[in-house]
Write a protein that binds this ligand. Structure first.
Ligand SMILES: C[S@@+](CC[C@H](N)C(=O)[O-])C[C@H]1O[C@@H](n2cnc3c(N)ncnc32)[C@H](O)[C@@H]1O
Length: 418
């Protein structure tokens, strides 16, 4: 028997018109976070189901704030760089999983906004404490309003430069940094308890990974990392990447992001980009959905001069470059020539062969060198994961493990492979 009117088109239209409640939006978001593996611990799942994150950004469409991949940008600087946001739910869940927070812990969040501090407060419970700090007073004011409205009383909001941590509130069981950092200031290690965890989006040679570190004396040892994107650190620790612009046509800009790489001959590379493409192919194939994050990390560990190339979509559309990734494409530079990673379809559905496009007088050679390293990754390291350790600056060479050393003002970061 059917309910009268239940299948009438009129009634169906009205039901579809009802916007989902914020709880329904949260449930859908949580379902997706579970499906993509970003939320695994039942307590992380419960935290994401509980916090009404949309209340932190009342100026934004409610449904948008629950999209798992969407960061809600709240501030942009005069040159158009995003400098504050509420991070995308997937990234927040991933970092909270990395932090492994237990009830009763004291947690410092560097880079505030409100929702993430509320998730951390859900994780620590009433017996724990969360300190959330931001360099901007308007951000902390927004976070404070949100935490008051939503009733999270075990969170202390601090305005200050995260470079110095929050010594008056430490020591901390966990420090979760939610802003991209090129270094690890001594205050973070000092304020972290022994065996405590520091989760930080660390930029290493232009590649940013959120790394979970465990403190072992004055050394930090990685326990996994994930690819991510964050707004850049400001204040004392500001260390932005420099751009070497290879093509500056509006909407089709191409630039290398330099992060401690040797100074390039930009004029020669600009000329190289205007010269014909050369190709080299590896025979190594990947699935369409496969992440390149570990390969790219392998390449940056094993090749000396491999900045990321950022290209606007217009550059690809106008044929200036063959790829335009928002994250950036690893590009091997050698004098007046360079080569960047690219892929091409194979006969097999959704499988692609990796290769390189070269430009410049030695473009073919440089492309072949990049391909050689792709093959080396495939031959022995495809399922390996890199290990990252951080030592204080000035640690002598003979006390460091083998690996690529990245020297920063406060630290020596070592990336090694099994
Ligand atoms: C991605 S947002 C934080 C998002 C927030 N954790 C959330 O999702 O709820 C990064 C924040 O870091 C802040 N920031 C940048 N440099 C900082 C510094 N040196 N100390 C503290 N905060 C900083 C920015 O003002 C920005 O609000």
């Amino acid at each position: 028997m059917t309910t009268p009117g239940a299948s009438s088109p009129k009634r169906r239209i009205r039901m579809n018109d009802v916007p989902p409640t914020d709880q329904q939006l949260r449930d859908t978001m949580v379902q997706k976070l579970i499906e993509v593996g970003a939320a695994r611990d039942p307590r992380v799942v419960a935290a994401f189901r509980a916090v009404p994150r949309h209340l932190a950004t009342p100026e934004v469409d409610v449904a948008k704030t629950y999209e798992t991949e969407t960061a809600t940008i709240t501030k942009t600087d005069e040159s158009g760089v995003d400098i504050s946001s509420v991070s995308a739910p997937r990234i927040q869940a991933m970092q909270i999983e990395q932090a492994d927070i237990k009830p009763g812990m004291t947690v410092l969040e560097i880079g505030s906004g409100g929702p993430n501090a509320a998730y951390l407060a859900e994780m620590t419970g009433d017996g724990g404490r969360v300190i959330t700090m931001d360099i901007d007073a308007d951000v902390t004011a927004r976070a404070e309003r949100f935490l008051k409205t939503t009733g999270y009383r075990n969170v202390t909001v601090v305005t200050g430069d995260g470079e110095h941590g929050a010594p008056e509130h430490g020591p901390f069981d966990r420090i979760v940094v939610t802003v991209q950092s090129a270094d690890i200031p001594p205050a973070w290690t000092a304020q972290l308890k022994e065996n405590g965890r520091l989760v930080v989006p660390l930029r290493m040679r232009s590649m940013t990974r959120t790394v979970a570190f465990v403190r072992d004396g004055d050394r930090l040892v990685s326990d996994g990392f994930e690819q991510c994107g964050f707004v850049p650190m400001r204040g004392v620790g500001e260390n932005r990447m420099r751009l070497a612009v290879l093509h500056d046509e509006e909407g089709a800009e191409v630039a290398l992001r330099l992060d401690g790489h040797p100074e390039p001959d930009t004029e020669a590379l600009r000329a190289a980009l205007r010269s014909p493409r050369m190709e080299a192919w590896s025979g190594v194939t990947v699935g369409g959905e496969e992440s390149m994050e570990h390969l790219d990390f392998w390449l940056t560990t094993n090749l000396d001069n491999l900045p990321l190339m950022a290209a606007k979509i217009g550059a690809r559309q106008r044929g200036v470059v063959a790829v335009a990734s928002p994250v950036g494409t690893p590009t091997l530079v050698n004098g007046d020539s360079f080569a960047y990673r690219r892929s091409r379809p194979t006969d097999e559905e959704d499988r692609y062969e990796l290769g390189a496009i070269g430009h410049g007088p030695n473009g073919q050679k440089v492309a072949e060198r990049l391909v050689e390293e792709i093959q080396a990754w495939n031959d022995g390291h495809r399922s390996d994961r890199a290990h990252i350790e951080v030592f204080p600056a000035g640690t002598p060479e003979d006390q460091l493990p083998a690996g690529r050393v990245i020297d920063r003002p406060h630290t020596r970061v070592i990336i090694s492979w099994p």
